[in-house]
Write a protein that binds this ligand. Structure first.
Ligand code: K7E
Ligand code: CUA
Length: 635
């Protein structure tokens, strides 16, 4: 949720709404039960991973459930000296020209609409990228982008049933292709949005841009992918059907309903294979007005945000930020409306599905509904940004009584603190939610922690949803700024304990002392080092000002967690090598001096002794070895 107006609105309505949702009070008896429910005793382990996006920190955080303890940070779009990310050549190349990203929606890879434990994909709203984290080593292995013709990659990363595609929609519209300039006053005519299909290699997870669908300049918001009856489809809300380009707070909130996208991604793929696309900036682009069956619109109130498909694939729920209800679409009715052409007109040649024909009901959940998650038992849980609570309600089919008054489908509310954005139920986006835990991810933590000055952390709250009534169990705080998260059962993956020596295919890896050393070719100086408790071999590198120095360090340990770092004084270098890993950095030597290097990761009793020297002689000076080819002195 990025809308400033929402925050303003939230502040205005806070007093009223908090009263509406009630304050949480925990009796003394509950305190013990709740403490035990989230207590993971020393030496015991959590049952689930919580992968939560780090927003504009550019990273992904991993916590355990039920303890909510932060366990590691996975750096993705920003350098992270703690793991040496962004200092070695490989990760520097992945980051490219950018040192930050804005991570919103992580997606675990799926097979048959269930998590398969292979990859975690995350989007970058700011620089239009998608990254892939491998769950074998919990590291970022690919960053794709900036994606051509795509600006504001917020409506992603939504994964299809068998990880065929990551689907993305643009938050911002601009004149396309990128680089073309038009006056924002000509927004309606000159600007466009885009839906992108990012193809995922089923074996390696490698991503590439598959195709794109050109859209009117609406601001696409959140979405999700179909399954079961909605297999092959995807859905996005939008918040600017008005096509305003300024004073958005006012000008983009005029209509009672915005047009949301219903996309047949299989039809898009087929159209591209049949040659029905035009190339723009190297990508096949489908014009949906000319290729019927790819895109439909459906009106949804008001300024909607989340649009979440339930585990059966039949119900699609949208949260209207400015209407006190969620809208439930019945996908079977969507399908029928498409087949029978039950349209209420079109927008630029794209059919608009008739609202009454496809909507099952509007559930009066309260103020500021954003995102909805499911437990697989027929219940939905919606985060309320303005009411600051989580609402549990019943999905259709509803009884005649409930249909008459959908207030009766609203079953429970639990106050959250404060201004909940996303919420996540374990496995909600699969056909088999684990269904026991819900985590509310709140903005504006409103001073529920010890005072740390004017800026406050975000809060996460753990809610037990296994019973009829929700139970608030525990809370913790996070770095800025979680949006969405994914929860995976710990027993479903087996991360590697080391990088096995026989799998290290790096041509610059060295495992024996004899293979280490420093060599020179012209002004190219290459050092190959091993690192093991508690020494670098060699521990001296001689070079001269003007040299190009490349250093390859192999951590030859094969013991879990025996990590070594390589920090180089006054050169802004800190590589960190896991056991069995080889990393490389490259620098131009510009100043003479003796620059110690040392192991930055505490590794042993003699960690402090794990150090050496880079001796940078003036040009033409130094021992013969700085000019000759061959290894420096070995011990
Ligand atoms: Cu609601 Cu980016 Cu998913 Cu934030 S978005 S909350
Ligand atoms: Cu190696 Cu510290």
């Amino acid at each position: 949720m990025k809308t400033k107006s929402m925050i303003a609105l939230a502040i205005i309505i806070t007093a009223v709404s908090l009263a509406g949702c009630g304050k949480s009070s925990t009796s003394q008896g509950d305190r013990t039960a709740n403490a035990l429910a989230s207590y993971v005793a020393p030496g015991e382990k959590d049952e689930y991973y919580l992968f939560y996006s780090g927003g504009h920190s550019g990273q992904v955080f991993v916590a355990g459930i039920p303890s909510l303890r932060h366990i590691v940070t996975i750096p993705v779009f920003a350098p992270y000296p703690g793991t040496g990310y962004g200092f070695d050549e490989e990760s520097k190349k992945m980051l490219g020209d950018f040192t930050w990203g804005d991570v919103h929606h992580p997606a675990l890879s799926q097979t048959n609409s269930k998590y398969d434990g292979r990859w975690l994909f995350v989007n970058d709203n700011a620089n239009n990228r998608i990254a892939r984290i491998d769950l074998r080593d919990f590291k970022t292995h690919q960053i794709l982008g900036p994606i051509p013709n795509s600006v504001g990659n917020h409506g992603s990363s939504f994964i299809t049933e068998n990880s065929e595609y990551i689907l993305c929609a643009t938050r911002f519209s601009v004149p396309l292709p990128k680089g073309r300039v038009a006056d924002p006053k000509d927004y309606e005519k000159e600007f466009n949005g885009m839906v992108s299909g990012i193809k995922v290699d089923p074996q390696t997870g490698e991503m590439k841009v598959g195709w794109q669908i050109l859209t009117p300049p609406f601001d696409w918001d959140l979405g999700s992918t179909g399954k079961g009856p909605s297999s092959g489809w995807a859905f996005w809300t939008s918040y600017n059907t008005e096509m305003a380009h300024d004073i958005m707070e006012v000008n983009s909130t005029q209509r009672d309903r915005d047009l949301c996208a219903v996309v047949n991604w299989r039809a898009a793929e087929k159209a591209v294979n049949e040659g029905k696309a035009q190339m723009m900036d190297g990508v096949p682009i489908i014009d949906p007005a000319k290729v019927p069956g790819v895109l439909y619109f459906v009106p949804i109130g008001k300024s909607p945000h989340g649009m979440d498909v339930d585990p059966t694939g039949k119900w699609v729920v949208a949260g209207g930020k400015l209407q006190p209800a969620t809208t439930v679409l019945n996908f079977e009715k969507v399908q029928a409306a498409i087949n029978n052409k039950t349209f209420e007109g079109d927008f630029r040649g794209i059919p608009i599905l008739k609202y009454e024909a496809v909507v099952e009901g509007e559930v009066p959940v309260g103020l500021g509904p954003l995102h909805t998650q499911y437990d697989g038992r027929g219940f939905a849980y919606t985060s309320m940004f303005i009411d600051s609570c989580i609402v549990k309600w019943k999905l259709p089919p509803w009884t005649a009584d409930e249909k008459k008054d959908l207030n009766k489908a609203v079953l429970d509310k639990v106050p959250a603190h404060f201004s909940t954005g996303h919420l996540v139920v374990a496995g909600s986006d699969t056909t088999n939610p684990y269904g026991k835990w819900l985590v509310a991810m709140n903005k504006l933590s409103a001073g529920r922690h010890i005072n740390v000055g004017p800026a406050q952390p975000e809060s996460s709250q753990l809610i037990d949803i296994s019973g009829d009534k929700m139970k608030m169990i525990a809370e913790s705080y996070t770095e800025p700024e979680p949006h969405f998260a994914q929860i995976l059962k710990v027993s479903e993956i087996q991360p590697a304990e080391v990088y096995p020596k026989e799998e290290n295919k790096n041509p610059n890896a060295v495992w024996d002392k004899d293979a280490t050393g420093v060599s020179r070719n012209g002004n190219q100086v290459v050092a190959k080092l091993t690192a093991i408790r508690s020494r670098f071999t060699p521990d001296r590198i001689d070079a001269q000002v003007g040299d190009d120095l490349t250093v390859h360090v192999t951590n030859i340990e094969q013991t879990r967690d025996m990590i070594h770092g390589f920090g180089l004084i006054e050169h802004n270098i800190n590589m960190v090598m896991d056991p069995g890993e080889t990393k490389t950095f490259h620098i131009k030597l510009t100043k003479p001096g003796v620059f110690p290097f040392y192991c930055t990761n505490f590794c042993s009793a003699l960690h402090q002794e794990m150090q050496g020297y880079l001796v940078v002689w003036k040009q033409g000076e130094g021992p013969a070895s700085t000019a000759a080819t061959g290894a420096t002195a070995q011990r």
